[in-house]
Design a protein around this ligand. Sequence first.
Ligand code: ATP
Ligand code: MG
Length: 389
Amino acid sequence: MDNPKQVVVRFGEIWLKGKNRPEFIGQLKSNIEHALEGYGASVYYRRDHFLVDLEDKSKMNGVLKELKHVFGVSWFAPVAVSENSLDSILSEANRIVGRAETVRIVAHRSYKKVDFDSHDIVGEFIKKSEEAPFRIDRDSRKTLFVNVTGYGTLLFRRKIPGPGGLPVGSSGTAVSLLSGGIDSPVASYYAMKRGLRLSYLHVHGFRDAQEALSSKIPKIIERLSVYGTSVASYYAPFHVFQAATLRIHERYELVLFKLFMHRMADKIAGVSGADAIVTGESLGQVASQTASNISSSQSGVGTLIVRPLIGFDKEEIIDMAKSIGTYGISVQRYRDVCSINAKRPATSTNAAQVERLYKECGLDSAVEKTLSLTTMVKEGRAQPFTISL
Ligand code: ATP
Ligand code: MG
């Protein structure tokens, strides 16, 4: 096939969104444009799809690779565009289908103001098949798609699956709790898949933020940015919490730490206008992730906490981490805030009890103190995070 320089990009679910449709389409267009920056691509909106036009055909492979990561895209395909006439369609088909190939024709008319319909297209192919360099067989596994639109007929060979989901940004923003482990990057991926644009909050065990900034955490964030750019990332130190909970029985430290992180994320969500908090928790995956602990660790947190991995097995999460490219970074050695490795964490807690311990340790002021020591990275610049509530 002569190399095409155009790509049709179809969106799936956003088609259903009724009144909000223009916003979804606008968001998806701008996300595609962002993903294709530097490729010399123009993106045009056409009724039920986008047409991407490349200045340079040799950029095609790179463009197809990028489109695989843009949420909201259901499928895409490099296309040849012919005029809306049976003759032009046939001559374009002769150009793009290989000699002696056998294909099945799948014709569709999204634009009806032409004097032929999809049966006529297939009929014409059959009628002219004697002269054509390829053969027609409706049982062939190879396909030629012919789609008549208002601006011309699109001819293409295969639909490359996109990642589905909703355009990042179309569901608002969220603060994602990112650890050095395998799960939270996958949770972040799924949150973005449902249209949330993320900020990341990481609690680190280093002496200063500089060390955290040269750790693997920014690498995970960088990898995740392939699926959607983040609003900001926050690096909060662990030591204030650690000092405040020295006297607490280690069985309760983890559930307190979770509540502490959620309250911090709640404050960040409040000042940054985020709609949700995302975590990588999965029910019952480790001893501490019981329903009662999860419940105690969200008490008093006004912002919605979403846990996209709640129904996943660890193996499934690992497979996903591999396929989105975060696994290799997640398993690199990391100095996690691992003093919280109680051999037998409490598995059955209640909100009142955890709240009491929280107060006893003065964790409300530990949250304030930790936030005042937090470094925020926004648009590539690291700066102290200052909030005035
Ligand atoms: P992960 O693989 O994501 O670390 P996990 O299986 O180790 O998860 P937990 O240690 O119970 O499970 O952590 C549950 C969630 O709490 C994490 O997925 C993440 O969202 C959040 N979390 C844990 N530690 C940190 C941290 N240091 N900074 C920010 N968030 C964290
Ligand atoms: Mg972890």
